[in-house]
Design a protein around this ligand. Sequence first.
Ligand code: ADP
Ligand code: MG
Length: 681
Amino acid sequence: MKKDFIFNDVNKLKGVGAQLSKYLKKKKIEKVKDIILNLPYSETDRSKLYKLNELEVGKIQSIKVIVKKLNFPRVRNLPNTIKCEDETGKINITYFNSREGYLRKLFPLNEWVIVSGKINYFNKNYQITNPDYVTTLDNKDYVVKNIPKYNLTKGINEKKYRSISEQVINQIPSITDWLDEDYINKHNLLGWNLSINKLHKSKDGKNNLSKSFRRLVFDELCANFFTLSESRKRIKKNKLSKKIIKEKSNFIEKRLPFSLTKSQEKVLSEINEDLNSEKRMFRIIQGDVGSGKTIVSLLAISNVIESGYQCALMGPTEILAKQHFELAKKIYKDTNFKIDLLTGKTEIKERKKILENLEKGKTNLIIGTHSLFQKKINFRKLGLAIIDEQHKFGVKQRSELAKKGGNNCDVLLMSATPIPRTMMMSLYGDMDISKITEKPNNRKKINTISKPEKKVNELWPFLKKQILNKNQIFWVCPLIEESSFLDFSSAKKKFDLINKKFPNQVGLIHGALDKNEKEIVLKKFLDKKISILVSTTVIEVGIDFPNANLIVIENANKFGLAQLHQLRGRVGRGEKQGTCVLLFKDGLSKNAIKRIKILKSSDDGFYIAEEDLKLRGFGDLIGYQQSGIKNFRFADPVIHEDLFKLAEKYVFSNEININEDKYSFLLKLFDRAEIINVGEI
Ligand code: ADP
Ligand code: MG
């Protein structure tokens, strides 16, 4: 059997017809390898043989009995019955729709047989109807083994799937392991073929700490790291270096109404070094909301422009792009840089002119939304592309973006989602990472308080005071509509309630609004036409609301720590003291109390992300799931932390030719092959 077998379509397998392969596809089982990776979630232990006085109704059990009598009633709808016994009791094995000849062969009179199936009780007798397995003693092996159980959906018969899976596992050709035997032994792993076998045929499949499971995790991680490292190699090619003129940038920096934090300085110099180098920059700035990433990126721009290149800055929304635009205009007020804003709202006529200037090279810096990187937009000489809040970009999109920028274009990404250390490389291993770890020191620490929801009335006077002082308030609810299953507060109801208390002061944003409607409300808030914004969690992360200094979060236990931290980061961005009120239902769990403590004690996003991971475990990190971070099937950064480190070291400190068969096998196995196959960059 050739290795290619593994990547065949499932419908090439014996016994898989059109109908079944349709159902399998629904379960994302399309290729033979998907069957291999679909591990049993549990198994039925049929190895133990029970005495008839030990049977438990409803359980799947195996018994050893002697065949006493076979009954074949010649009446329709009555089952064929085989009466069996052991020294402790009696049992009936019944069959509907089975032929006599077949059963006589299966159950030779007065001989011992092993029968395995679900135990029932009928007419004062134990009974197994249509048993799963029947065999004579000489063929004991057939029953005496563990039967794996797979997660299945409607339309797929368990026994059928198991036989297909068994067929596949038994047919897997012996592959050339991409790991050396020495390495496998040294790190307490197992060979690939052996692991796969054990994962399906023993308890290993559901034990994520077993050697064979860990081997699969290691493979998955390496496939991921290989992809990142390969993508990185392709992007970090030679380019023309950009001049760094210290005096010029110092001059601009001095015009800021504040001085940069040490962290900002450090990151800026890392960026400048990259710009100046003869390898392309592919860097991400990680920093909490409000740590001052945007300013740093805008400062990096000046050297690129002075070197004769254009820059592009892309934000996730119109409002954010506009804010960046206003800020850039301020920063570069005394320069002759030509700066333009291009969004979906830009009128056709103006748009045409902007694009023309861009193409002619008249524009030095263009700021906008996603549309900046559309096909029809042509730069004359793009030297730096900056993407803000990019956490929704995967490896593939990042490398496509780099490709689009062209050979001399440096790429800088910014993310406000602090990532726990273990996950950093598995997410961003294709890039260099800069971290802004401190906040501007004029920033006051946000005052975080918790309150039971039933005392919500105590908040109204506080809100009133804030509004009198011309402060603004976020009110966050977890869901839009009242749900009958979940006891969530409804943003809509809350809006009505608050609006009654503070008429014409309240706006509402929720997931069902389209982008435009959302931006209208946000703009009203930004322009201070309303004081309170009731919303689900859809408020954009990056927008600067210098006037907002109070955020109330309802049902705070529904959010993760990292999410709560992000939410509270939306207030206290200006000079004002920010306050975050966490509302809880009664009866806080120990865990919830711990979480509040952590939030109260720290405002370091990186620390909080680590604690969040520890407290909730990876499986639960909803926030990450949404941002596409959760892309592993087997690996878990909490449980397999050591393997994350090991795989990282393996991949990044070995020179590996990804085109070698054994590596492409690995990449294909985990669907990574096409991610890096985006052509020359
Ligand atoms: P981020 O993009 O990381 O969320 P921004 O760059 O938008 O942060 O900065 C948030 C706010 O802090 C802005 O109003 C900005 O002008 C201000 N700011 C940035 N750096 C500093 C600093 N070193 N000192 C004081 N204020 C700063
Ligand atoms: Mg920002």
